[in-house]
Design a protein around this ligand. Structure first.
Ligand code: PMP
Length: 378
């Protein structure tokens, strides 16, 4: 079985796992990091070390990192935290191609009195920056934009977006769940206010992530989890040392390997595209030039993705979009919003590669897809 669904999640790297184990065993760092004794102190030191590793990857100060359970929670904390916080302005701008954790939270906030503008992308998956600028109103408190789309891999230009949004004086949040460790982002240079990160897309454990909160802004966020006051009161709950240490290690490895990973993914994507181009009526969904190299979204004329995935299921693990929405297989709202035809939307598959993907894996996947497409068409 070949795994080509790294955008859904990744395995935990062996050296990450080793670090996590040290925090769980009886001779390890298992103390409660808030405890006032040496066990607690040891855990707290491990957490602060991980905080530095995370901050270093994004050009932030460790004090600006708030650990959460993942990007879903970070997105919730951002949107609800700003809306229910002291900053005035009930208008939020986002896009139609965000992850559900943004879209559903926005719908919830609309019920609470928020006004939400959802920008549409063009057919290549990019947001129109003039439209963004023109949508900003006097009462806009927050703009929230996905950095790399989880279905298409298309990258929004967050640098330009930041300069537009900051000129107008509102807050900017970026969902970086799919870009972290894949694209370098230096928050000491780009004026992003809040940024959501997840560990499990980059060889860290599931159930851990963080929100970057620019210094001074913490006072403007209404906490969503109340209790022991951990994380400067922004996120109560006993801190999961093993998860945090795993995330720190995974992100520091990502920092070391970013150029190497990027080159490897680019070559794999080239190989994949060259192989699939042999199939007549193959369409690339989303701009290839403006996407991350680890994700490819394609459709084949006359082929239903559900059937294709069904035939592939004992050989190759790929997805028809975002894992969070499958189960009940729904056609992609991201591709629909890009204005693609219903055929292409229903035919779309997402292939995503990672550190453990080999050239042989890609060859086998290409052969299997070619065979099944030919078979389904006949
Ligand atoms: N945002 C994006 C763009 C994602 O791809 C995901 C994961 N599918 C999330 C948010 C949610 O992340 P998590 O699984 O850490 O809650």
């Amino acid at each position: 079985m070949i795994y080509l669904d790294y955008a859904a999640t990744t395995p935990v790297g062996s050296n990450v796992l080793e670090k996590m184990r040290e925090c769980l065993s009886v001779d390890g760092t298992y103390g409660n990091p808030s405890s006032p004794h040496s066990f607690g102190e040891k855990a707290s030191i491990a957490i602060e070390n991980a905080r530095e590793q995370v901050a270093s990857l994004i050009g932030a100060s460790p004090k600006e990192i708030v650990f959460t359970s993942g990007a879903t929670e970070s997105n919730n904390l951002t949107l609800k935290g700003v809306f229910f916080g002291p900053i005035a302005g009930k208008h939020i701008i986002t896009t139609e191609i965000e992850h559900k954790s943004i879209l559903d939270t926005c719908s919830y906030l609309e019920k609470m009195g928020a006004e939400v503008t959802r920008l549409k992308p063009d057919s290549s998956g990019l947001i129109d920056l003039d439209e963004l600028e023109n949508s900003i109103r006097e009462d806009t408190s927050l703009v929230s934009i996905i950095h790399v789309n989880n279905e298409t891999g298309v990258i929004q230009d967050v640098e330009k977006i930041a300069s537009i949004v900051k000129k107008k004086g509102c807050l900017l949040h970026v969902d970086a769940a799919q870009s972290i460790g894949k694209l370098s982002i230096d928050l000491s240079k780009i004026p992003i206010d809040l940024m959501s990160i997840s560990a499990h897309k980059i060889y860290g454990p599931k159930g851990i992530g963080c929100l970057f909160v620019r210094k001074g802004l913490e006072r403007n966020l209404q906490p969503q989890m109340h209790g022991g006051g951990q994380e400067g009161g922004l996120r109560s709950g006993t801190m999961p040392t093993h998860q945090i240490v795993g995330m720190g290690k995974a992100l520091s490895l990502a920092q070391e390997r970013m150029a190497e990973d990027h080159e490897m993914m680019s070559k794999l994507k080239e190989q994949l595209l060259a192989g699939l181009s042999g199939i007549q009526g193959m369409y690339e969904n989303g701009s290839i030039e403006r996407s991350v190299p680890n994700i490819l979204n394609v459709s084949f004329d006359g082929i239903d993705a559900e059937l294709l995935l069904h035939r592939l299921r004992n050989k190759i693990a790929i997805s028809n979009g975002s894992a969070c929405n499958s189960g009940a297989i729904e056609p992609s709202y991201v591709l629909r919003s890009m204005g693609l035809s219903e055929d292409r939307v229903y035919g779309a598959i997402r292939i995503s590669m990672g550190r453990y993907t080999s050239n042989e894996d890609i060859d086998l996947a290409v052969h299997a897809i070619c065979d099944i497409v030919a078979n389904l068409r006949s």
